[in-house]
Design a protein. Sequence first.
Lengths: 238, 230
Amino acid sequence: MKRKLMLASLVAALSPLSSQAASLDISVTNLTGGIYFTPLLIAAHPATTHLFQAGKAAGAAVQAMAEGGDTAALKTAAEAAGGQTIANPAGGLLGPALATQTTLTTTAGNTRLSLAAMMLPTNDGFVGLDGWEIPTAPGTYTIDLNAYDAGTEANTELMNAGAGGAPGVPGIPGDPSGKAGSGGTGVVAATPNNAEPNVVHIHRGALGDTNATGGTSDLDSRSHRWLNPVARVTVVVK
Amino acid sequence: MMNNMIKVGLGLLATTTLVACGGGNSPEPMQTLRITMTNLTAGQPISPVMVALNTGATAWSAGAVASTALEKLAESGDASALAASLAAAGGLGAANGKAPIGPGASESIELSFNANAAAKLTLAGMLVNTNDAFTGLAAVSVGGLAVGEQLTQQLAAWDAGTEANDETAATIPGPAGGGEGFNAARSDGLNLIRVHAGVVSADDGLATSVLKSTHRFDNPVLGVLIERIR
């Protein structure tokens, strides 16, 4: 009995190293000046799974997130694969230059951290982190994130308020900044979506124009452009 | 109180270690950093770069409201107020570039200081053909670098958030505009520090812009090599 107890305590002492369970403080800052993030999905998961991957076609779950900000299917898939998720830590949109904080205690095997949220106003742009290896050494780590294009919808830059968020429906579902216009002719044709690779790739950025009631784009070139990085994640491993 | 006690304890430990490493009687051996910067842009001279070491407050952070000192740097290229604020916050030494670093050009600055494990490097310069874009590093720990050790960084352009990005000749102080530098009014609207979205330029449809396509930039805008040489 005594021997068993000793063994158990030895296993307990070793387990933090072998399983890489970690207690994390996570902060996400929107680094853009005019783009809003829809409710964020943060996931800790095994190295073998992903929320999304650059160079791979977006599935229906990524499409729903990137075109409409709906992370429900991504969350379900991550949890089904043994991952842990935090949905909507900001309690709504995360506006330009604003930050949100959350905590996560990972369980054994969930050694990677990922994040995804749609960028508004875009057709199918999203901010993403794919499988960052959670360090085992305590410390503060900073990761800068890029904007991705899901490759599922043509970047028309035309508003389609309320409707454009449904997967497969062209148009931008909303602009929380209120600076988008109307009446644009479209930066590219809505269909077919052949002006870009049909895989997740680095977003080429918004074009926009200065014509609120016409031009090619409903977006404003002075408000809706961005350069990478678009977000900063700070992780404190305790 | 508890925090203070822990900090004091750590400080003593660091000092002890340094004395042991130095092997001499001086508790504060001199160290020298060489900071080499390369302007990676096509058409944005960077104002004479300030490099400063301190142990106290951070000069800026993403999502924060810019101090007036940072506003002056970002709107006019005048780093003096920023240097003074860092000197007053545990300053260990500072230096300024001799002249703007032109597109494609490089400059090296050497900075000697009394060894301090808590030393943090801050670097800042304005992209002069903009309203209030700047690049730099805020509070990078350099106190633990060994002789010969190097750090490389590729820096983004930040928007100080203090002036509207109207790109007009009247508000761009660099050679492209020749207009006003610092103005205390906060005309940006958001008034928060974030990554710059880039300039639009007249060539890309902003009719009132004095800027051309040659003034456009993408990240990174400045390459930095930090070496401890002594």
